[in-house]
Structure formats: structure tokens, C-alpha cells
Design a protein around this ligand. Structure first.
Ligand code: ADP
Ligand code: ADP
Length: 229
């Protein structure tokens, strides 16, 4: 479960990027956050991942207050969020399997366990037959599948997706959204999708929040929020 309680972010220089944001995202929900350019979406992501300190308020993930956590607790809290990006940024010199293994290597997971985990993750995203392909040999959708597997390597409880399908065509977009839905069902993870595409929200989200000039303009179950749009 993710809770934001009166979260504000004021940048040095005085821009208020987030203004008293309250959000409650139950475990296992797929929650869309939509907003125009400049609405505060990137700031919200950086606050959620601990890259940016909030100016006021609290963010908690599964009961751990991110804004107060220090040391090992903060590291564990950060690891509980897996990030998926629009531009997947795979390492071109590494195969799909080795890209997925990368975070496990950094976390010093022993080699035998790494192999087992990578094979499991490849299966989970439907890429078992592509383990030894380099990014240049993969389609856009396949690269995003590798990105999703890499994000899941540390077994996070939350998958935070930043414009995950904005670089993909409509057919591939549908396939990636379907995969995200299956992962939620299989793993019970909570998913946040930041997007400017209402079609993505309609297709997959249980609930949605509209961010406007740093404030949550509306938030709730999908049909309550978008029924009149
Ligand atoms: P979005 O991702 O929705 O486009 P951002 O979170 O990037 O929105 O930006 C929200 C507001 O905060 C904008 O007015 C932007 O100019 C400002 N902003 C973003 N990052 C910084 C920063 N590092 N320093 C100062 N202002 C910033
Ligand atoms: P190293 O470079 O550490 O000797 P490898 O080149 O075999 O080992 O693989 C690097 C990483 O990628 C390891 O963590 C390994 O577990 C993983 N890996 C490579 N290929 C596969 C594959 N086909 N299936 C599962 N994991 C793989």
C-alpha cells in the first residue's frame, strides 16, 4: 500500500511542483497518474523513489515512512519500487539475460541464484527464447519486456512505470499493458502508471488521479473519474 499525506515539493527558487498531494493506493491496484507537461509527474516519481526530498508531508510504502527512513531501512524501501521507463536504456553490450541480471550482480546475488532468477524473469515476461539476444536484435516491445523483467529482479512490491508505452505502436502498447496486468495478477504487485495517454488509463487502470499544476484535481475509481470525459 502506498500513502502520500499532504506532500508538497517546492524547488529552490520557489517553484511549487507538488501542492498538498494526498494519494492512497491499495496493494494490488493498477493506478494511473495523468497530467499535462509541467503538472508535476516527474517530481512525484522522484519523490516516490527517494531521489528528491519532499518539502512537506509523508510518503509511506507498506507502512515504511520513506521521508523518515534512513540507512538500511531507506535502501530496503527504495528497493521495494521497480522502475520502468519510456526509453528502456538497456546496455547494448549485454544480452537480454545479462541486462536482467545486472541489478542482481550489483546486489551481489550469488551466480547460481542469479541464473535461476533470470530464467524465471525471462519466462515471466515471455522472452525465454530471447535470453541471448542483444538489444539491437530485439523489437521495441521485446526491449520493454526486458526493462520490465529488470525492474522486477529485486522482487519489488511496487512497479512504477513512467510513460511505459509512449514509444510503442498501438498493437505493442496493448501487449505490454496486457503483460503488466498479468504480472499484477501473478505477483500481486501494486502498479503505478504515469502517462499522458488517457487510452492507456482506460485500458488497464483500476483507479486514476489527475494531476494539475501540482495538485490532485480528481482521484478515484476509473469510471468515476473519467465517466464525463
Ligand atoms: P511533469 O513531469 O508533469 O512535466 P515536472 O515534475 O517535471 O512536471 O515539473 C513540475 C514543475 O516543477 C514545473 O513547473 C517545472 O518547471 C518545475 N521543476 C521541475 N524540476 C525542477 C527543478 N529541478 N528545479 C526547479 N524547478 C523544477
Ligand atoms: P559471468 O559473465 O558472470 O561469468 P554469464 O556470462 O554466464 O556469467 O552471465 C552473466 C549473468 O547473466 C549471470 O548473472 C547469469 O546468471 C545471467 N545469464 C546469462 N545468460 C543467461 C541465460 N541464458 N539464462 C539465465 N541467466 C543468464
Amino acid at each position: 500500500m502506498i500513502e502520500l499525506n499532504e506532500v508538497s515539493k517546492v524547488y529552490p527558487g520557489g517553484v511549487t511542483a507538488l501542492n498538498s498531494v494526498n494519494l492512497h493506493i491499495p496493494a494490488g491496484e493498477i493506478h494511473g497518474i495523468v497530467g499535462r507537461s509541467g503538472a508535476g509527474k516527474s517530481t512525484l516519481i522522484r519523490c516516490l523513489t527517494g531521489l528528491e526530498d519532499v518539502t512537506e508531508g509523508q510518503i509511506s510504502i507498506d507502512g515504511v515512512d520513506l521521508t523518515a527512513a534512513r540507512g538500511a531501512e531507506l535502501i530496503a524501501a527504495r528497493r521495494s519500487i521497480g522502475m520502468v521507463f519510456q526509453h528502456v536504456n538497456l546496455l547494448d553490450s549485454r544480452t537480454a539475460a545479462k541486462n536482467i541480471a545486472h541489478p542482481l550482480e550489483i546486489a551481489r546475488v550469488p551466480k547460481a541464484e542469479r541464473r535461476r532468477r533470470v530464467a524465471e524473469l525471462l519466462e515471466l515476461v515471455g522472452l525465454s527464447d530471447r535470453a541471448d539476444n542483444y538489444p539491437s536484435q530485439l523489437s521495441g516491445g521485446q526491449k520493454q519486456r526486458v526493462g520490465i523483467a529488470r525492474a522486477l529482479a529485486a522482487e519489488p512490491g511496487v512497479l512504477l512505470c513512467d510513460e511505459p508505452t509512449s514509444a510503442l505502436d498501438s498493437t505493442t502498447t496493448r501487449q505490454i499493458l496486457e503483460l503488466i496486468g498479468q504480472l499484477r495478477d501473478r505477483l500481486g504487485i501494486t502498479v503505478i502508471i504515469i502517462t499522458h495517454e488517457m487510452s492507456v488509463v482506460r485500458e488497464i487502470c483500476d483507479a486514476v488521479s489527475l494531476l494539475d499544476e501540482g495538485s490532485i484535481a480528481r482521484s478515484g475509481p476509473l469510471l468515476d473519474v473519467i465517466s464525463d470525459r
